[in-house]
Write a protein that binds this ligand. Sequence first.
Ligand SMILES: NC(=O)c1ccc[n+]([C@@H]2O[C@H](COP(=O)([O-])OP(=O)(O)OC[C@H]3O[C@@H](n4cnc5c(N)ncnc54)[C@H](OP(=O)(O)O)[C@@H]3O)[C@@H](O)[C@H]2O)c1
Length: 269
Amino acid sequence: MPIEIAFLGAGRMAAAIINGLIKNKHYTPAQIACTCGDDPTGSVLAEATGITYLSELTPALKTAHTLVLACKPQQLNQIDPSLAEATKDKLILSILAGTPLKKLQSRFPSARNIIRSMPNTPGQIGAGITAYTPAQKLDLEDDQRVKTILNALGNYHQVEESQLDAVTALSGSGPAYLFEFTAALRDAGTQLGLDPLLAHSLALHTVHGAAALLIQSEQDPETLRDAVTSKGGTTAAALAVLSDHDFRQLIQKALHAACDRSIQLAEEN
Ligand SMILES: NC(=O)c1ccc[n+]([C@@H]2O[C@H](COP(=O)([O-])OP(=O)(O)OC[C@H]3O[C@@H](n4cnc5c(N)ncnc54)[C@H](OP(=O)(O)O)[C@@H]3O)[C@@H](O)[C@H]2O)c1
């Protein structure tokens, strides 16, 4: 069976996409190939999934319609230069954080179309959210291909490239804010006298359960917040402290800092 989709990089994100594509029966392992750098991630992934590992992707690109760029952004400068020619008329989907379309277009000038995307870490378990921007309007077939690949990481939205710095600040870095918030809940519980392991479990499952309820109920966060906040009660006492310390303004400042840094990094790229 000919290779239809080739992966440059075989790390965590490539593995998540490939496992999702196979699990959802969008591609068979025989239709997927990957390559990697100096470590054996490619052969390990091929062994685990049944896809083909190639030390260089050019032969696979004779039949493949799509190349997924899944190495680290700083590794883009080290990739096989012959790929510029081999990707003539191919669709390229990049998941490289902070790598502008302009730079991707200069590396792959003959590609049919290039998509820059910004996934986030929950994509590793299929629970991510990705924003993406095509260099040119996607035709129907490529639109479907892109959605199929991104669906392996979770949900997705098409945005303008100018919005990707704000996206990075919200959903790209967002999981880290939640991890930090979870750790803060755990530490505050421990400080109130709870056993650290119990505080850890309570914090973890509170964040997980609250997020699942938000998604399942389809209500906005303020409505769910108000539903558990009775006047003069415990939640109201805690929320008053957050409000007195400008919690929302603090989050706004944090996202602005992330967005500014994303703009800076793209300029350096
Ligand atoms: N991890 C996340 O949750 C996340 C979230 C958002 C965006 N991203 C983006 O996703 C991309 C991949 O991240 P990751 O976490 O999957 O990275 P990773 O686990 O470190 O994997 C990187 C892969 O690229 C391969 N590679 C290195 N140099 C190469 C070269 N010259 N040619 C071909 N392949 C090469 C590596 O091979 P060897 O190790 O065998 O050398 C490895 O298989 C990054 O650009 C990152 O910005 C990741």
